[in-house]
Design a protein around this ligand. Structure first.
Ligand code: CP
Ligand code: NVA
Length: 308
């Protein structure tokens, strides 16, 4: 019997698997198969503690296009961790369905889910990481630039879940990632160390800069994300003040390489981390990223559920 595989962080894949998954996503995108059969008769549950548009819809459409069906359970449906322990939800739910996508606050809840599930568990975002987003980001960079190794990318903003997965993705694929965050909002030290360790084997370079202009110098892509993530709403005012100088705007773009592209995982707060004109400009890759969630997540589901 095939070993049960989960996808809680990018490191759950080998570099070879990651590369094959990106190739498969490209094939799915080219072929645009709408009535596939790879997941015929299979059911995927989505257990979401936080709101979502892209992750939820991309998974739902990916399953439908693969011939399977979906059960969505929002926080009002099961009140994860309140009504019963996470491990009991995982044990019971995994007897009904063939894979589970979870979106949690604490990353430990996603881990508990996987530890007690009989079927593959996919992390659709936790406070710590957002690995499905990073798959789409790597895919988008590869289809835009052809090659990831040595590509200079800058991330400007909050040292959050999206950055943690982007840094690990960069480390696994040889990207040169320059990061700038306010000093009090640097990436989590354990996440950053893990990415730096991983970078040693791939030729990737990871660097943190105190000044946004230093991070974007020579960058062919600038990536940003919201200053206030889901669950941090009470800190929003303090964060708006702390992050003022980390806005992605025309002045910052002028410090990057000519023709520099812009990325954002969405949802965006225009006027905070990114300006409206920058989002609307042709050099934005933001909606390509959003579209590509579908193909990478379809490839991921088929990979994890194959033969199980
Ligand atoms: N980027 C992303 O995960 O979007 P949603 O929160 O809408 O799923
Ligand atoms: N960092 C954001 C990403 C949303 C997709 C959050 O966690 O809210």
């Amino acid at each position: 019997m095939k070993r049960l595989r989960h996808f809680l962080t990018l490191e759950d894949l080998t570099v070879g698997e990651l590369n094959r998954l990106l190739l498969e996503a490209a094939r799915l995108k080219r072929q645009r198969v709408r009535q596939g059969t790879a997941l015929a008769g299979r059911v995927v549950a989505l257990v979401f503690q936080k709101p979502s548009m892209r992750t939820r819809v991309a998974f739902e459409v990916a399953v439908l296009r693969s011939g399977g069906s979906v059960v969505y359970l929002g926080q009002d449906d099961i009140r994860l961790g309140e009504r019963e322990p996470v491990k009991d939800v995982a044990r019971a739910l995994s007897r009904y369905v063939d894979a589970i996508v979870v979106r949690t606050f604490g990353h430990g809840d996603a881990e508990a889910f996987a530890a007690h599930s009989r079927v593959p568990v996919i992390n659709g975002l936790s406070d710590a990481v957002h690995p499905c987003q990073a798959l789409a980001d790597l895919f988008t960079l590869q289809e835009t630039f052809g090659r990831l190794a040595g590509l200079p990318v800058a991330y400007v903003g909050d040292g959050n879940n999206v950055l943690h997965s982007l840094a690990m993705g960069a480390a696994m694929s040889g990207i040169h990632l320059a990061v700038s965050t306010p000093a009090g909002y640097r990436p989590d030290p354990a996440q950053w160390r893990a990415a730096v360790r991983r970078a040693a084997g791939s030729g990737a370079r990871l660097a943190w800069h105190a000044q946004p202009a230093a991070a974007v110098a020579g960058a062919r892509v600038i990536y940003t994300d919201v200053w206030t993530s889901m669950g941090q709403e009470r800190e929003a005012a303090r964060r708006r003040t702390a992050f003022q100088r980390w806005q992605v705007n025309d002045a910052l773009l002028r410090r990057a390489a000519p023709g520099c592209r812009v990325m954002h995982c969405l949802p965006a707060h225009r006027g905070e981390e990114i300006t409206d004109p920058v989002m609307e400009r042709a050099r934005s890759l933001i909606f390509e990223q959003a579209e590509n969630r579908l193909y990478v997540q379809q490839a991921l589901l088929q990979f994890l559920m194959r033969g199980s």
